[in-house]
Design a protein around this ligand. Structure first.
Ligand SMILES: Nc1ncnc2c1ncn2[C@@H]1O[C@H](COP(=O)(O)OP(=O)(O)OP(=O)(O)O)[C@@H](O)[C@H]1O
Ligand SMILES: [Mg+2]
Length: 440
């Protein structure tokens, strides 16, 4: 991350020299000639460190320090003092300065100090890094299972693009593993030590979503009692996973686009510009092209997101992966049960409208309902496969029967049925309409 430093000193030559040198050292430095000018800059954007000369005409350094500590407490302040003025340096430390340096400034010393100040500012992030590491321990559990051609290609593509910083758009039906793919992209990248932050774009109304994503200042709205950094800040140096991107409110789409273009954003209720580097991974199971047609999604945002597109194939197109997935889920859930070969065959033929999630739910259900050691297909599918021979049915008919059966078994409770099928309630309603399924 680039550290932004504000150099406040009335001596023009010294100030310019310092700014130039700092910029050469990979800092992003800006010069201000007076306390007032400094406040202008600070009101405009966030600086990690302010380097302040104590002796200036007009507003003195100590006063500026106090104002910063009051209004921009995230900024660490380092003061510069002349020879033999240790008293004011001590005073500055009491008022909350991070440290002081005596003029003439030794550049090496300054660099060490700045690095330390920056480190302090990023302590919070290290905590998050720790969390990321903990999460990574579970990653073995989150491997992409499958040896079909399409899964192999998928893994190859992930390996190829993981280390680039370009945005990725992950598309695919519900339950195919879009989130798993997105996590793989993160953990196989150089960002693996930094956080992987998940944002569910459809979870909140626009205003709350904005504050969730970009943060807010104290008092930005009723209920905002404390200032809160946004999820974009949490994801600094890591990846920001925007799930269900198609559901992001239009107003926020504009703000997201701007953020994606230059990393700039503002917290709600704060005029200051902030800057963060993170990789964007977005996922959706809606057809964004249609959402654009319908005026629900910004075309320019779509093009910005769609730099790399990864399509996760539906499970019905990779039946050979089914046994491996079954084994994987069985291992996790039940050590003493086995899938009967008859049941496995049925699974391999099945249409899986809810994809891998549905398979997992079916296995879980089979484990629960099976009486002996072996799971039979009727334990998972119930009435469907018993009444008719599945081979005489089209896939659509199998799906229709299955949905109807699960609905019946659950007293036509749509929420519960959608859960078992591993699809959204909205998706279930669509299917009920298409298949003209109605309660008897
Ligand atoms: N290839 C796979 N190997 C192992 N587990 C998988 C695989 N694909 C998906 N899963 C598992 O299936 C479940 C659904 O996956 P995930 O949440 O990633 O799907 P999704 O595409 O994001 O679904 P939705 O569109 O509903 O959000 C998860 O429990 C996930 O771990
Ligand atoms: Mg998902």
């Amino acid at each position: 991350m680039v550290t932004r430093i504000l150099v406040v000193d009335d001596e023009e030559d010294f100030r310019n020299l310092l700014v130039k040198r700092l910029n050469r050292k990979n800092f992003s430095a800006t010069g201000a000639a007076s306390g007032l000018e400094a406040l202008d800059f600070l009101a405009d954007r966030v600086f990690e460190v302010a380097l302040i000369d104590l002796k200036m005409p007009g507003m003195e350094g100590l006063e500026l320090l106090q104002r910063i500590k009051k209004n921009q407490s995230e900024t660490e302040v380092v003061v510069l003092t002349g020879h033999g003025t240790t008293e004011s340096a001590v005073e500055a430390m009491k008022l909350g300065a991070y440290d002081y340096l005596t003029k003439p400034v030794n550049l090496k010393e300054l660099q060490v100090l700045l690095d330390k100040a920056v480190e302090k500012a990023s302590l919070k992030r290290q905590n998050q890094g720790l969390k990321a590491a903990l999460e990574r321990e579970n990653v073995a559990d989150q491997r992409l299972i499958g040896t079909s051609r399409s899964i192999k290609q998928l893994k190859q593509l992930i390996g190829k693009v993981a280390n680039s910083d370009s945005p990725v758009l992950v598309i695919g039906e519900s339950g195919t593993g879009k989130e798993l793919v997105s996590r793989a992209l993160h953990y196989e990248s150089h960002r693996t030590e930094a956080p992987f932050i998940v944002v569910n774009c459809g979870a909140l109304p626009e205003q709350l979503m904005e504050s969730e994503l970009f943060g807010h200042e104290k008092g930005a709205f009723t209920g905002a009692q404390e200032r809160k950094p946004g999820l974009v800040e949490m994801a600094e140096g890591g990846s920001l996973f925007l799930d269900e991107i198609g559901e992001l409110p239009l107003g926020l789409q504009t703000k997201l686009l701007r953020f994606m273009e230059n990393g700039e954003f503002r917290r709600v209720g704060d005029n200051r510009l902030r800057w963060v580097e993170t990789r964007i991974i977005a996922a959706t199971n809606s057809v964004l092209e249609q959402e654009i047609e319908a005026g629900n999604f910004r075309e320019d945002l779509y093009y910005r997101l769609n730099v790399v597109k990864i399509a996760v194939p539906p499970l019905r197109e990779r039946g050979e992966d089914v046994p491996l997935l079954v084994e994987h889920f069985m291992k996790k859930m039940a050590l003493n049960k086995q899938m009967s070969s008859e049941a496995l065959k049925e699974l391999q033929k099945y249409h899986f409208p809810g994809n891998v999630r549905e398979l997992r739910n079916l296995v879980e259900r089979g484990i629960l309902l099976s009486e002996g050691q072996y799971i039979l297909s009727e334990d998972m599918f119930g009435c469907v496969q018993k009444k008719v021979t599945a081979t005489t049915l089209t896939l659509k008919e199998v799906e229709r029967n299955h949905i109807e059966c699960i609905l019946r078994r659950n007293n036509w409770n749509k929420k519960r049925t959608a859960e078992i099928l591993g699809i959204s309630v909205r998706n279930l309603y669509r299917k009920l309409e298409n298949y003209e399924i109605e309660p008897e």
